[in-house]
Design a protein around this ligand. Structure first.
Ligand code: TGC
Ligand code: FAD
Length: 389
């Protein structure tokens, strides 16, 4: 096992996992070690996503893992969370790919689609033969998706879509895009297949973060869609926001994986690196940083496990997810920055995974609701005052 991938379990939380959950986690951990780590730096440098991993990820049941039926694995939410944790211990871009495929694209169809749409798309997406993306954000509307300008108008039985979506993970490698658009009655969703006339994608380059993940713009110019491309149960902003709740849940778990890799790397490094004739790990300031990392990772693990149990019992509220996403990603980012500092000059090179995780986590802190947006969601929940209005 790559040393940086090893578990961190200070409070024996493993005892609270079933043997099936542990087996799922260990399988994904082995996959990340064997298949992802040897090539991740190459993909990060080249700004490419490792598409060759898609069939193996599908084989392991990662796509739509917690969806029941339609060829999906139907795992519980603890297992789903552990998958996200192990993928992100490798790279946030890998977890992003799985999050978008599962919790955004597949879930959007599962929750808002017709029976025909579910049967047509979900089994193929579970097998990784169809890739999805999720187009909500626009150039001028990020934190406030309700302001979107993409429009769909009725055209006989079908629809015509116009607009631009930006910052869309998997955009140019997707076979089907979930596109959210405004109609007279509010916001609704559409399935736009690659190759539809008027629909094009353009990749965003020059990212310093999430370089092993594809991020694109979706351009819709008089895109004509049949009635069968409309998601009939997507009514209002709660359509896309319901999908975000699923994806944010996975991100809360994933961030712990990235933080754990940074902690393990910093621990190993400071135990072996000597300055002033003794290991860095022997200095009080270094120990203080390591203990803070351990504490925050352990607290994050506990929050996630409780969240998973609430989700499996049908008691999880979106605000619980905001709490976990906001806290775990923010703490993971702080841990990554501390780890980078503790590696000194070695902290800026790709011989160690830390700076890659640190840069990735800047994105993770921004997407799926920024830290401050989740602060305001929680603020609204506890005060009853809506700061967004
Ligand atoms: P608001 O009035 O709060 O809500 C409108 C309706 O939606 C319901 N709702 C939710 N439903 C399910 N899950 C949630 N999390 C929900 N939050 C709200 C709400 O009950 C209401 O329903 P109804 O029946 O009353 O109509 O709407 P608002 O306009 O005030 O917006 C609130 C705000 C700011 C919290 C929301 O717009 C927001 O979350 N903004 C952040 C945008 C965001 O997260 N974008 C993410 C884009 S996708 C992405 O980043 C993918 S990255 C993927 C990867 O690579 O991993
Ligand atoms: P803005 O909304 O302009 O926010 C800028 C700053 O203002 C932030 O600090 C924010 O916290 C702050 N702010 C905003 N509103 C308030 C307020 N009311 N009070 C106080 N502060 C506020 N989107 C998709 O739809 N699908 C995807 O697959 C997807 N993938 C992404 C992949 C990457 C690599 C990145 C970077 C983004 C992705 N996004 C995706 C977009 C992402 O969800 C948005 O970037 C995010 O929602 C923030 O929107 P914004 O970038 O427009 O920032």
């Amino acid at each position: 096992m790559a040393e940086s991938l090893r578990d961190l379990d200070y409070f024996s939380l493993d005892d609270l996992l079933t043997s099936e959950e542990r087996a799922t986690r260990d399988t994904v951990k082995r996959f990340v070690q064997r298949e992802v780590l040897p090539q991740i730096e190459r993909h990060f440098a080249a700004e490419t996503f490792a598409v060759e991993l898609i069939p193996q990820m599908a084989e392991l049941g990662m796509f739509g893992a917690n969806i029941k039926g339609y060829g999906c694995a139907g795992m519980n939410n603890v297992s789903y969370g552990l998958i996200m944790q192990e993928l992100e211990a490798g790279d946030s871009g890998l977890r992003s790919f799985a999050s978008v495929q599962s919790s955004l694209a597949m879930y959007a169809i599962y929750a808002n689609g017709s029976e025909d749409q579910k049967k047509r798309y979900l089994p193929e997406m579970a097998k990784g033969r169809l890739i999805g993306c999720f187009g909500l954000t626009e150039p001028d509307h990020g934190s406030d998706p309700g302001g979107m300008e993409t429009r769909a108008r009725k055209d006989g039985d079908g629809w015509i879509l116009n607009g631009t979506k930006r910052w869309i993970t998997n955009g140019s490698i997707a076979d089907v895009a979930i596109v959210w658009a405004k109609v007279d009655q509010g916001i609704t969703g559409f399935l736009v297949e690659r190759g539809t006339p008027g629909f094009s994608t353009r990749d965003i380059h020059g990212k310093f973060s999430m370089r092993a993940s594809i991020t694109s713009e979706l351009i819709l110019e008089d895109v004509r869609l049949p009635a069968s491309a409309h998601l009939p149960n997507a009514r209002g902003l709660k359509g896309p926001l319901g999908c975000l709740t699923q994806a944010r849940y996975g991100i809360a778990w994933g961030a712990i994986g990235a933080a754990r890799t940074c902690f393990n790397t910093a621990l190993d490094y400071t135990k072996s690196r000597k300055q002033f004739s003794r290991p860095l790990a022997g200095f009080q300031l270094v120990q203080s940083k390591l203990v803070n990392m351990l504490t925050e990772i352990t607290k994050g693990q506990m929050v996630c496990l409780r969240l998973a149990h609430l989700k499996d019992q049908g008691k999880m509220r979106p605000e619980h997810v905001s709490f976990a996403k906001r806290n775990n990603v923010n703490e993971a980012l702080k841990i990554a920055r501390d780890a980078r500092d503790m590696l000194g000059a070695n902290g800026i090179v790709n011989e160690y995974p830390v700076i890659r995780h640190m840069m990735n986590l800047e994105t993770v802190n921004t997407y799926e609701g920024t830290f401050d947006v989740h602060t305001l969601i929680l603020g609204r929940d506890i005060t009853g005052e809506n700061a967004f209005e």
